[in-house]
Ligand binder design. Structure first.
Ligand code: NAD
Length: 489
């Protein structure tokens, strides 16, 4: 049977595909505003059953200790997803508005392949290691450090890169021996529900090990942060919601893992190829309509070359026309919803109120009467104090800011409540490295390098998050540490 046959999707609870207690809710194509179909709308009773199933699978089965089973199941999931990749691609373009070209990378195929990293890590991981011989308090003791799964993980995810974020949580959490309840964003229920159907119909993952609960009601997801049966919440989304998750998790002292917002800087030093660097910055800021947490949305350039930099950025960004995501040449599709479009437009209006100018863009494209589109926009004439330079806009909007040398560029980049990512361009690699070292961010690209990869840890400093996703560090987020001290005779 095809995925989501009949234009409706189910919840996955305790190994079964089931309807939602609150009925269904529609999911839209943001490029056309058409209703694609409906998703099961879970209520709090559904979420409670999903948590119970995950708890049982963790406490009463050998899932957490049977590494061979887990490695096989995660590889099987990757293979099953690959077999359905074209159906998944269609769903992703339609529901997320993700440009086709991105679905062969971070929007779909990359994250599917990255599941192999989680399986490989679990297979080769040193689950137990011995400390050196010692005699604490005079008692000769053999000491073993054991790494074990945390338990039941509640995974709460956003809509912008749904597969990347869902798999970067499911993969390591399952491979490490946890059981999972995944609550995807209400804007992209089908991306997750399709995975639920594939798990139920094409894998041996035991019932309850992974549960997928779509809901139109944020409060249903909030149960994951509050319920004492959940050991850890792994959240990706806005900083405001992350704060709420942390507060809710405090009551039961949950382990809380957070990947949050960003306002990352793209620093061009005065010896760099200015035109090339600004053009790359502009292209990146327009990609997927700017809906990426780690996208560099502040272009920080030498004051003496400010006008030249604005012109170079505007030449690239103004040349990128928002378009049909299914077209293989489209870089910038729609934003996810009318709400997001209106929010972005509010920030564009604010930029003018704050004294800025548009070097290109500034509104919705005149040639599109359907869909939630925003023109790629370059804002000039503002300092880093402007709200549009400080707050996350989450649209194809680049603010160009002048700096007065390397120290000032570092100061501006770090003058943000966020600390997710950054880019540095310089003609001198050592000089770029010196700047990179001083940046308070979880990742830095230097002179065209790329931080994103399955084995590379990703995450934020400051209000961009707590913990690291991907890489071995991302796997270990889902582990507890136990010290076993045995008297040595
Ligand atoms: P959001 O914070 O509005 O929602 C994220 C998820 O949280 C959704 O599933 C939503 O239903 C759920 N949610 C809402 N209120 C909740 C509550 N009180 N308790 C528990 N769950 C709740 O974010 P969004 O608009 O879906 O996504 C965009 C945001 O995500 C941006 O801020 C972006 O920077 C961030 N993001 C961060 C990363 C990262 O890795 N750092 C990656 C992608 C997106």
């Amino acid at each position: 049977m095809g995925l989501l046959a009949g234009g409706t999707s189910d919840l996955l609870i305790d190994g079964k595909l089931v309807g939602g207690g609150a009925g269904t809710f529609p999911t839209l194509n943001p490029a056309t505003e058409e209703v694609l179909g409906v998703a099961a709308d879970a209520d709090t009773a559904d979420m409670s059953r999903a948590i119970e199933a995950a708890r049982r699978a963790f406490d009463d089965t050998d899932w957490s200790t049977n590494t061979e089973l887990r490695v096989r199941c995660v590889r099987q999931l990757r293979d099953a997803l690959r077999e359905h990749v074209e159906e998944m691609r269609d769903i992703t373009m339609a529901e997320v508005g993700a440009p086709r070209m991105l679905t062969s990378g971070a929007q779909l195929e990359g994250p599917i392949d990255d599941l192999a990293f989680s399986a490989d890590t679990a297979e080769s991981y040193a689950w137990r290691r011995e400390l050196d011989d010692a005699a604490p308090q005079g008692i000769p003791t053999r000491r073993t450090v054991a790494r074990e799964a945390v338990g039941v993980v509640g995974a709460i995810t956003p809509w912008n890169f749904p597969h990347q974020i869902n798999f970067a949580k499911i993969g390591p959490a399952l491979a490490a021996g946890n059981t999972v309840v995944l609550k995807p964003a209400p804007d992209t229920p089908w991306c997750a529900a399709a995975v639920g159907q594939i798990i139920a119909e094409h894998t041996d993952i035991p019932p309850g090990v992974i549960n997928i609960v779509t809901s139109s009601d944020h409060a249903v997801g909030a149960l994951l942060s509050k319920d004492p049966r959940v050991d850890m919440v792994s959240f990706t989304g806005s900083t405001a919601t992350g704060r709420a998750v942390m507060i809710d998790g405090a009551a039961t002292i949950k382990k809380v893992f957070l990947e949050l917002g960003g306002k990352s800087a793209f620093i061009v030093l005065d010896d760099a190829d200015l035109g090339m660097a600004c053009s790359i910055s502009a292209f990146t800021a327009a990609m997927h309509a700017g809906q990426g947490c780690a996208i560099t949305t502040r272009l920080v350039v030498p004051r003496a070359k400010y006008d030249e930099a604005v012109a170079a950025a505007a030449a690239t960004m103004g040349g990128i026309k928002p378009g049909d995501p299914t077209n293989k040449r489209t870089v910038c599709g729609p934003v996810i919803s009318a709400r997001q479009r209106d929010r972005i437009q509010g920030y564009l209006n604010l930029a003018i109120e704050e004294g800025g100018q548009f070097a290109c863009g500034g509104g919705s494209p005149a040639d599109r009467d359907k869909g939630f589109f925003i023109e790629p926009t370059v804002i000039s004439g503002l300092t880093n104090d402007a709200r549009v330079a400080r707050e996350e806009i989450f649209g194809p909007v680049l603010v160009v800011i002048a700096h007065d040398g390397d120290d000032d560029a570092v100061r501006i980049a770090n003058d943000s409540p966020y600390g997710l990512s950054a880019t540095v361009y310089s003609g001198d690699d050592a000089r770029a490295q010196a700047v990179a070292t001083r940046l308070r961010t979880g990742t830095v690209n230097v002179n065209g390098g790329v931080w994103y990869s399955a084995d590379a840890p990703f995450g934020g400093y400051k209000q961009s998050g707590v913990g690291r996703e991907m890489g071995v560090a991302g796997f270990e987020e889902y582990l507890e540490t136990k010290l076993i001290a045995t008297a040595a005779n």
